[in-house]
Design a protein around this ligand. Structure first.
Ligand code: SF4
Ligand code: FES
Length: 401
C-alpha cells in the first residue's frame, strides 16, 4: 500500500551566536511521480497526457532514471509512483523498479493493467515492487469502454486476481464523473470483490482533456451529495477491511483544495522527456520554464528551479488570497486550473467562492444542473425511456504507441 507521507519534522539548527538565522530553505519533497511515458493503449476522456504531444523530447533512458532516483533519495523523497501514460510499455520497467528499490524508495506501479502478463508481474514483484494501483473506468463493460476507448474491464479483473495471488497490496483507482456516479455502490462492490486493500475514488479534475469534456463529465450537486452519503456508509460498513479515499470535485465546494499539497512543497513530477514539474498539468502553463534532469541535477532544480520558485510560498499571491486566512491551507488553489479557466496562472483559483472569476465555475455548474433530468446512458445498451437522451460526444486523445 502506498504509504502516507509523514508530517515533516523540522531539522533543529543552531546558528552561531550573533548570526542571523538562515532563511528557511524549500521544504522536503516526499513523492516523486515518475511519468515514464505518454504511450498508452487506452484513450480515456480525462487523460492527463498533454493535449498536444508533437515536439516533445524523447523518453529518458534507464540510466538517467536510475541516476534521478538516487538524486531523489538524497533530497529526502520516500516514494516513487511509476506512472504514464501506461508505464508497462517501458520494456525496462523491471530495471527501473530495481533501481528505485536499491535507493530504498517505496515503489508503486499505477497501471491500466491492459498490457500486463502474470509472468511479468512476478518479475516486477521480484524486482522489489511494493504495490499496484489498478485503474477501473466503470463496472459496466460498455460504459467502461465508452470512457477508455477500448474494452478492458475483464482484463483488469484478471490482473487484479494476479496482484492478489502474488500477495502484492492492491489499490483500485476509479475516476468518478457524471456517467459512472449512479453506479458508485456497484463500483465499491467491485473493489470489495477484487479484494482491494484500498479504494481511491477521485472525481475528475477538470484540466486538459477533462476540461474539453466537462459538459459530459460534470455531475450535479445532488449526485455529489449522493456520492458523499454512499462513501460514508461504505466506510462504516467496511471498517478496516478496505480503506476508502475519496476526493470530491472542487467545483462543488466553496473553497479550493490544496492542489499537490501546495506548489513545490511535497511532490516532484518528472515528465517522460525529463522536464521536472510541480504537478502533472504544469506543462500547460505558458510562461514557465521547466528544467530537465538531463541537463541539471534534481536537487538544484527543486531548490532553485524557476518553475518551482514561481508559486512557492505566498509572495506571488494576488488579492483576495494575499490577506486570506486560508492562504497557508489551500495555497490559493490550483495554478493549472486558474490558468486553464482564466488565462492567468496567477489568478485565484476560480473554484474559490471569493475568486473574482468564480462566475466561470458557477456557469459550468448551472449547465450541469440544466441536464439534471437526463439519465446517464450507456453506449451500446438498449434504449429505455430513461436512457433515451442521446449521449453527448466525448473527445479523447489519440492512441499513443
Ligand atoms: Fe484560498 Fe485564496 Fe480562496 Fe482564500 S481567497 S480560500 S487563499 S483560494
Ligand atoms: Fe497543477 Fe493543480 S494541477 S497546480
Amino acid at each position: 500500500m502506498t504509504p502516507t507521507p509523514p508530517t515533516p519534522t523540522p531539522t533543529p539548527t543552531s546558528p552561531p551566536a550573533g548570526a542571523a538565522a538562515p532563511p528557511p530553505g524549500p521544504p522536503r519533497p516526499y513523492t516523486l511521480v515518475a511519468e515514464l511515458t505518454y504511450r498508452c493503449p487506452l484513450r480515456c476522456a480525462y487523460c492527463s497526457n498533454p493535449i498536444a504531444l508533437a515536439g516533445l523530447g524523447a523518453e529518458l533512458d534507464t540510466a538517467t532514471w536510475a541516476r534521478v532516483f538516487g538524486e531523489a533519495e538524497a533530497l529526502g523523497v520516500m516514494q516513487v509512483t511509476l506512472t504514464g501514460g501506461e508505464p508497462l510499455v517501458r520494456t525496462d520497467l523491471e530495471e527501473l523498479v530495481r533501481a528505485a528499490r536499491e535507493r530504498d524508495l517505496f515503489t508503486t506501479l499505477i497501471t491500466s493493467g491492459v498490457p500486463l502478463e502474470r509472468e511479468r508481474l512476478l518479475r516486477l514483484r521480484d524486482a522489489g515492487l511494493d504495490g499496484v494501483q489498478l485503474s477501473f473506468q466503470d463496472v459496466d463493460p460498455a460504459a467502461a469502454a465508452r470512457v477508455a476507448g477500448i474494452e478492458a474491464l475483464a482484463r483488469k479483473q484478471e490482473v487484479a486476481g494476479w496482484v492478489k495471488a502474488l500477495e502484492l497490496p492492491l489499490t483500485v483507482n476509479i475516476v468518478l464523473h457524471r456517467e459512472n456516479l449512479p453506479r458508485l455502490p456497484a463500483l465499491i462492490a467491485l473493489a470489495e470483490e477484487l479484494g482491494a486493500n484500498r479504494l481511491e475514488l477521485a472525481h475528475v479534475q477538470y484540466l486538459g482533456w477533462a476540461l474539453l469534456n466537462r459538459d459530459v463529465l460534470l455531475p450535479t450537486a445532488a449526485m455529489i451529495a449522493g456520492a458523499r452519503a454512499t462513501v460514508s456508509a461504505a466506510r462504516v460498513r467496511l471498517g478496516d477491511r478496505m480503506e476508502i479515499l475519496s476526493v470530491l470535485p472542487d467545483y462543488f465546494s466553496d473553497r479550493p483544495r490544496a492542489c499537490m499539497e501546495g506548489w513545490g512543497r511535497r511532490y516532484l513530477v518528472i515528465a517522460p522527456d525529463g522536464r521536472v514539474l510541480p504537478c502533472q498539468a504544469a506543462h500547460t502553463l505558458s510562461g514557465l520554464t521547466f528544467d530537465n534532469v538531463a541537463t541539471r541535477g534534481l536537487g538544484e532544480i527543486w531548490r532553485d528551479g524557476d518553475a518551482f520558485a514561481r508559486f512557492r510560498g505566498e509572495s506571488w499571491m494576488p488579492d483576495p488570497c494575499r490577506s486570506c486566512e486560508r492562504r497557508r491551507i489551500d495555497f490559493g488553489g490550483c495554478r493549472c486550473q486558474a490558468f486553464q479557466l482564466t488565462g492567468d496562472m496567477q489568478a485565484t483559483d476560480p473554484t474559490c467562492g471569493l475568486a473574482p472569476r468564480h462566475d466561470l465555475v458557477r456557469a459550468a455548474r448551472s449547465a450541469a444542473e440544466s441536464r439534471a433530468g437526463e439519465s446517464p446512458a450507456i453506449e451500446g445498451a438498449a434504449p429505455t425511456p430513461e436512457s433515451a437522451a442521446p449521449l453527448l460526444r466525448l473527445r479523447r486523445p489519440p492512441t499513443v504507441g
